[in-house]
Design a protein around this ligand. Structure first.
Ligand code: C2E
Ligand code: CA
Ligand code: CA
Length: 643
């Protein structure tokens, strides 16, 4: 034999094998995780193990003279081929893990497989021809076709790094670095091995496997500690796989009702125990393919069944169980209830984000209207949510592109017999949705918090309008701006208002703030009161909007620094339709006059309305009889013509 093998050190191969065995034990010790990438882990470990084993066997058997030079060379070819497989498995795993588009995956795989087949051919021929590598003394050299190994190595490195960089936005920085360092580390062992003839390759990959286990493959990452059910991370992966593959499936969403009372009544330990039992029960229901712990007291069940009636029947089975008490070691029998929503995918939702939105929304609806019941997406006005999302998008877009518009509706002073002020009303004209009514998008913006930035923008536009048109020189004494209670709930909101007014040189007397009477303004928080107080101190006046429509509370009005009361347009209209409503309005206005408020009548559409309302004591008129809300330019023309 030309080879001596004295200096070959197998310690690292043995260590790699040990790590692989440990990893497999840890991995199989826990519940199997039903996601595609899991299979890669086992493949990865087994190829590393076999790779190390083939080298160990080659060297040990040759040393013992059990095999000759050919046997040694054959085993070393196997070793070399398995080393190539390890890096291809890693690159393929990355593509699946990072959800690279299927058609790109197929292309990249085809390329990698082709190079792999070429190296396989070289590996097979090497023992006979030495084209891949050859051994002499204690060392080895790369053969004529050895470049192919470098090509394979380079291809997998480039693929892996490329994929990670492409999907950077979808993973955390730590994970991206970990995945890239892993591939570089694994491959660099190959170079170290060439340079120092220490067999480090399999050990390097075993360390990579250990790291991957820690970040990605440890089943504990995907299991709920308490119930040992799959957790939300696992649910996301499982659903993504199904959505990516365009699978049809159903999903049941089960939320315990008022579970905090169960915890209070029976104690948290018993509460936990009851949840475990509910989880176990759901797991064994016929048709439940995968059960997830979605939130602390919510479960999700994926089912292959797509027949709506069958899914509904399954929900009924689960619900029926809740008609009976649940027992733990130390509870006598707890009665619990759960609300269930059924969805069919991809009809009801076609991606993970969509589904979660719909689930959250539906569950909130069910809890309000059908607690403890079963609901289907079709009954839950999920379409409404979809259109809300579209409107939300349009509003965001309008803000980003500065396409928000502010229109002005003039307000007529009876005493001065001319327009003396105007109300600023926001407008959005979306490319796709057309004109959207503020009656629709303002409540949405209040719900999702967009009202804050939008409100500031509107206020800024109004101030800019006042300055640019030199309103101080016209009959228009002030502009009424609608401010949402949500805005007033921002600590130090008043500072923002003052800052904007100072920036545009607007005097406090030029702005009047309209706030609507709502239940949550009565007994308003300290923050709201403080904002109002500071703004009044600064010199702003306030109007109470939509008086009479909602939560009329005289005590509240008298305790708030309102200067103007705006009578809601529906109250005005009613007064002309209905005698009693007319009398009510007449006396209301008398009372408000006695309390020395200034009164604006809204929704004035006819001359008759105007005359009557003026007669009973309204000081200002606003409505289509005078003008609709118009753009800033039209508004300036309007008041210039009027004066
Ligand atoms: P609002 O504050 O009660 O505003 C009066 C609404 O009545 C306006 O509708 C106005 O165009 C309409 N209107 C005025 N006169 C007449 C009339 O004679 N007949 C009829 N049929 N309608 C009349 P708009 O502009 O659609 O605004 C609806 C609501 O949206 C407002 O009710 C207000 O609550 C909210 N809003 C509008 N702009 C803003 C804003 O800049 N900020 C905030 N927070 N809310 C706003
Ligand atoms: Ca208003
Ligand atoms: Ca109003």
């Amino acid at each position: 034999m030309n080879i001596t093998l004295h200096g070959w050190n197998l310690t690292f191969d043995y260590a790699a094998m040990l790590i692989c065995i440990l990893l497999l034990i840890w991995y199989f010790d826990k519940k199997r995780i039903p996601i595609d990438v899991s299979a890669f882990f086992v493949k990865f470990i087994i190829s590393i193990f076999l790779c190390a084993l083939s080298e160990v066997m080659a060297v040990e058997l040759a040393r013992m003279n059990v095999i000759g030079e050919l046997g040694f060379n054959l085993l070393m070819s196997l070793y070399s081929f398995l080393a190539s497989i390890i890096s291809v498995v890693y690159a393929s795993f990355l593509m699946v893990y990072l959800r690279v588009e299927k058609k790109h995956q197929r292309r990249i795989r085809f390329f990698l497989d082709t190079v792999l087949v070429l190296t396989f051919i070289i590996d097979i021929l090497t023992p006979f021809t030495q084209i891949g590598f050859y051994f002499y003394g204690d060392s080895y050299e790369v053969g004529a076709f050895g470049g192919f190994y470098a090509l394979l190595s380079l291809s997998t490195i480039v693929t892996s790094i490329g994929v990670v960089l492409k999907k950077r936005a979808e993973i955390s920085n730590a994970k991206a670095v970990m995945l890239i360092v892993s591939v570089l580390f694994g491959s660099s062992m190959f170079v170290v091995q060439l340079a120092f003839t220490i067999s480090l390759l399999t050990f390097g990959f075993a360390l990579v496997a250990l790291t991957l286990y820690n970040y990605i493959f440890n089943p504990a990452i995907y299991l709920d500690n308490l119930t040992n059910l799959y957790n939300k991370d696992c649910m996301r992966e499982c659903l993504n796989i199904r959505f990516d593959n365009h699978n049809e499936f159903s999903i049941l969403f089960i939320a315990m009702d008022d579970f905090k009372y169960i915890n209070k009544t029976f104690g948290v330990d018993n509460g936990d125990n009851l949840l475990i039992q509910v989880g176990n029960y759901i797991r064994q229901v016929d048709g439940a393919e995968l059960v997830f712990e979605y939130g602390s007291d919510q479960f999700a069940v994926i089912c292959q069944e797509t027949d709506e009636d069958k899914i509904y029947a399954m929900a009924e089975t689960i619900q029926a169980r809740f008609k009976h008490p649940w027992y733990t070691d130390s509870t006598v029998g707890a009665m619990m209830s759960a609300s269930i929503c059924c969805f069919k995918c991809p009809e009801d939702a076609s991606n993970y984000g969509n589904l979660i939105e719909i689930m959250d929304y539906s569950m909130a609806m069910v809890k309000k209207t059908n607690k403890g019941g079963i609901s289907k997406a079709s009954e839950l006005e999920v379409d409404k949510l979809r259109s809300e999302k579209e409107i939300e998008k349009a509003v965001k877009l309008a803000i980003d592109r500065e396409e928000l518009m502010v229109y002005y509706q003039p307000i007529f002073s009876i005493e001065k017999n001319k327009y003396n002020s105007a109300e600023a009303l926001v407008r959005i004209n979306d490319e796709q949705l057309g004109w959207i009514s503020p009656e629709i998008f303002i409540p949405l913006a209040e719900k999702n918090g967009l009202i804050i930035s939008m409100g500031n923008l509107i206020f800024k536009m109004v101030c800019q309008f006042i300055r640019d048109n030199n309103l101080a020189e016209t009959d228009i004494e002030y502009i009424e701006v609608n401010i949402s209670p949500v805005q007033l709930q921002q600590p130090d909101y008043y500072k923002k208002i003052i800052e904007i007014m100072e920036k545009y040189d607007v005097k406090p007397s030029q702005i009047n703030i309209e706030i609507t009477e709502t239940a949550n303004m009565v007994g308003a928080s300290d923050v709201v009161n403080n904002n109002i107080e500071k703004l009044v101190e600064y010199g702003l006046t306030f109007s109470l909007d939509d008086y009479g429509s909602g939560y009329s509370n005289l005590d509240y009005i008298n305790h708030m620094p309102f200067h103007i009361i705006k009578i809601d347009k529906f109250i005005v209209w009613d007064a002309f339709e209905n005698i009693k409503a007319g009398i009510t309005l007449e006396y209301t206005i008398k009372m408000l006059n006695a309390l020395q408020y200034m009164i604006v009548a809204e929704g004035v559409e006819t001359e008759e309305q105007k005359d009557q309302l003026a007669n009973i004591g309204c000081h200002y008129m606003q409505g289509w009889y005078y003008s609709k809300a118009v753009s800033d330019k039209e508004f300036m023309q309007l008041i210039n013509k009027a004066s």
